[in-house]
Design a protein around this ligand. Structure first.
Ligand SMILES: N[C@@H](CCC(=O)N[C@@H](CS)C(=O)NCC(=O)O)C(=O)O
Length: 221
């Protein structure tokens, strides 16, 4: 049975799951769920994923959300090449470390800035709320990108090793989203080099990022 993917192409975790699926030729059916249209909160979608978030998959009747969990599940269930999620316990722990770190650091900062600069004006947040979100977002992003940059000065891939892992995929999808809220990673040369490296190594890079790139180009006009 073909795996079903529920996704919105603009979303960071959705693009990460798509990259893993596409680069490994895992047959799947894409169901687009528009976040801005409120489709993640529809009763029909909540039957698929009760948390009302994308991405989620249905694999032969098995429902699963959370991008990191989905990627781990795909690595194991499809026996993907070891570098994505190594069998070696210590190497695997390093990948898990960066996946866990992601949510309360890089993604936390990124979401605060998206809240302040993208949703704030649309949803008419108070000036005070926007300022608080912006300050926290900028502070957390600065410390997160500094930490990543230091690590990437010693390693080509975020969890070490000689090839990319699912931690690289999760984090890079967040980093390339930063310009959407006016943030950038221009001051972090090792992060920049890593993004460039991954953009050539992830075969589905252009396809997975097409909607985001179109949106970013339209903002520049
Ligand atoms: N921790 C989750 C985060 C999922 C998430 O926050 N998805 C956002 C899009 S990036 C979403 O579905 N937002 C829609 C909503 O909250 O209604 C994951 O990694 O999959």
């Amino acid at each position: 049975m073909v795996l079903d993917l529920y996704t919105d192409w603009i979303s960071q975790p959705c693009r990460a799951v798509s990259m893993l699926l596409m680069d490994n030729n895992i047959e799947h059916q894409v169901h687009e769920i528009g976040i801005m249209k409120g489709e993640t909160k529809s009763a029909a979608y909540k039957q698929i994923n009760p948390s009302g978030k994308v991405p989620s998959i249905v694999d032969d009747g098995f429902h699963l959300g959370e991008s990191h969990t989905i990627m781990r599940y795909l690595c194991e269930s499809r026996n993907l090449p070891d570098h994505y999620y190594p069998k070696d316990l210590k190497q695997r722990a390093k990948v898990d470390y960066w996946l866990d770190w992601h949510h309360l650091n890089l993604r936390h900062g990124s979401l605060r800035l998206i809240g302040a600069n993208v949703f704030g004006p649309i949803r008419q947040f108070s000036e005070q709320k926007i300022e608080e979100l912006r300050k926290e977002g900028n502070d957390v992003l600065k410390s997160s990108l500094t930490f990543m940059d230091e690590n990437l000065s010693k390693n080509n891939y975020i969890a070490g090793g000689n090839q990319l892992s699912i931690a690289d995929i999760a984090l890079v999808c967040e980093v390339v989203m930063l310009p959407i809220s006016g943030a950038s990673y221009d001051d972090y040369p090792n992060v920049q080099a890593w993004v460039k490296r991954l953009s050539t190594e992830i075969k589905s890079w252009d396809q997975a990022n097409a909607t985001l790139n179109k949106f970013l180009a339209s903002k520049k006009k």
